[in-house]
Write a protein that binds this ligand. Structure first.
Ligand code: PLP
Length: 483
């Protein structure tokens, strides 16, 4: 997985000492890579290898991260089960750990680093803006937040994904973007019906909307909710893609409905165009706000700026895609810098929101907004979207090959663009962790989703060659675990 030029420079023995197998070296040599990321990598890798060679005798390398982790663990609230590697740097589609082992990253930090790791353009924006102004509080306007809000509106309108997007609230994360959306829906409900009965919020099984109390209450997964019960009152849950239930699920008491057009954490489940259209129609009937959570699936990950406007999610009769009243985004908007946004329509939402209804200390800082502006411009680019569509075909072809090779183990390939899932059959669901572990040992990072689904959300700048290399490693891992 080392670019050929860097391989020649470093030599095979040095590469093996840093955990790069002869097989993966061969793969790189045979596939090659002309990407800028590979060039950037070559520079960084050459530089760091020299440094590490001088500082750490190879025999002690694996102990370094173990000791490091042992030292820090007692001080960290145990929120995640983390595998051994300690990640220290990244470039393009690659990460390196403390032992300088290289990983091809099919996770993009969970659908975040769409432009790749350590992107030079983004570093320049962060560096420049951090020297000018990082934070001045929301008591004042700054040059970047309004511009980002305007850019979110104009790109959304141009993409045809919302009929009346007019304003944006900029915050710091996905859960906060949803929290704002849920509060806005409640405010609309209270404004339309002052008796207070129009307060119910509907969400769907398999969804993930975040970890703060409102977003968590909309995430009907006992694993996340049970330890913190009771949830916020007034939340109801329906079955994803079930149209028949809508008349009883969504009623005059409903103020808001929140749905992921493609469920990420839930197992890369794609909403049908009919379901989204039926949700829109039922929300219109009862006067409820429709919220699309595109925190994971949006910002060109499907090849369309917003997933719900992807051609395959448009109604078959050629009519317009179902439009939300509120659209939430985060993750890729900062390419790793914390930021989120809640895009609203004035007609149905904005006119009910008054000064003081909501706020944030950090959200929409000059620095975060400058980052968001830069990232959004690049992610909304047509060439990038075309390339996502083409990379997606390469990916799906490779996944189909895996399905043909393991017909008993793989039941389905789901998703759109570069948010894809490989569903394993019931007997193999318990093997997912082993497959992920084996792939990681071989230098590929992937994550799971739902029940027995292997999820692929790589950087959108990934090349065909990198996809083939990664799927080759996955095949080895599957053959090791399954056979
Ligand atoms: N909504 C969706 C669809 C997500 O995938 C996530 C995170 O995985 C969130 C909301 C929460 O985002 P954050 O972790 O930034 O709070």
């Amino acid at each position: 997985m080392i670019p050929p030029v860097a391989m020649r420079r470093l030599g095979a023995r040095a590469l093996q000492r840093y955990g790069v197998s002869p097989l993966s070296q061969w793969r790189w040599a045979s596939t090659g890579s002309s990407s800028e990321a590979a060039d950037a990598f070559e520079k960084k890798f050459s530089r760091t290898i020299t440094k590490v060679e001088h500082e750490s005798p190879p025999g002690n390398l694996s102990k370094r991260s173990d000791h490091f982790v042992e030292g820090i663990m007692p001080f960290m609230v145990p929120t995640y089960v983390r595998p051994a590697p300690v990640m220290v740097r990244g470039s393009g589609c690659y990460l390196w750990d403390m032992e300088n082992k290289q990983y091809l990253d099919f996770t993009a930090g969970i659908a975040v680093t769409s432009l790749g790791h350590s992107d030079t353009g983004l570093s320049e924006v962060i560096s420049r803006q951090s020297e000018i102004l990082i934070h001045a509080s929301n008591l004042f306007h700054n040059k970047h937040t309004g511009k980002l809000s305007q850019a979110l509106i104009s790109t959304t309108l141009t993409s045809g994904a919302m009929r009346t997007a007019t304003q944006a609230f900029i915050c710091n994360s996905g859960t906060e973007a949803n929290e704002a959306a849920l509060k806005f829906a409640r405010k609309v409900g209270h404004s339309l019906d002052t008796s207070g009965t129009k307060h119910e919020i509907v969400s769907f099984q398999g969804s993930f909307h975040g970890r703060t109390f409102g977003a968590l209450s909309a995430t009907p997964n006992p694993k996340y909710q049970a330890p913190f019960a009771p949830m916020v009152p007034g939340f109801k849950y329906g079955k994803y893609n079930d149209i028949d239930q809508l008349p009883t699920l969504i009623t005059e008491k409903t103020c808001g409905v929140i749905v992921e057009p493609i469920q990420g954490e839930g197992g890369v489940n794609v909403a049908s165009a009919e379901f989204l259209t039926a949700l829109r129609a039922r929300c219109d009937q009862v006067g409820a706000v429709l919220i699309f959570d595109e925190i994971q699936c949006g910002l060109s990950r499907t090849g369309s700026l917003w997933a719900h406007a992807h051609p395959s999610l448009r109604p078959k009769d050629g009519s317009k895609p179902a439009h939300p009243d509120i659209l939430t985004t985060a993750k890729a908007l900062g390419n790793g810098f914390p930021i989120g946004a809640t895009i609203i329509s004035s007609d149905t939402v904005g006119k009910y929101i008054k000064v003081g209804d909501h706020g944030t200390t950090f959200g929409g800082s000059p620095l975060a907004s400058a980052v968001g502006n830069h990232v959004l411009t690049r992610l909304a680019n047509k060439d990038l979207q075309d390339s996502v569509n083409s990379r997606s075909q390469t990916f799906i072809r490779g996944l189909k090959r895996l399905q043909e090779k393991y017909p008993d183990a793989v039941s389905e390939i789901r998703g759109r663009g570069l948010i894809l899932g490989l569903q394993l059959t019931a007997p193999y669901v318990s093997k997912v962790a082993d497959i992920l572990g084996s792939a990681r040992d071989k230098g590929l990072l992937i994550i799971s989703a739902g029940e027995g689904c292997i999820r692929f959300v790589p950087p959108l700048v990934i090349t065909d060659a990198e996809i083939e290399v990664g799927l080759g490693i996955l095949e080895e891992a599957m053959s090791e675990v399954i056979n």
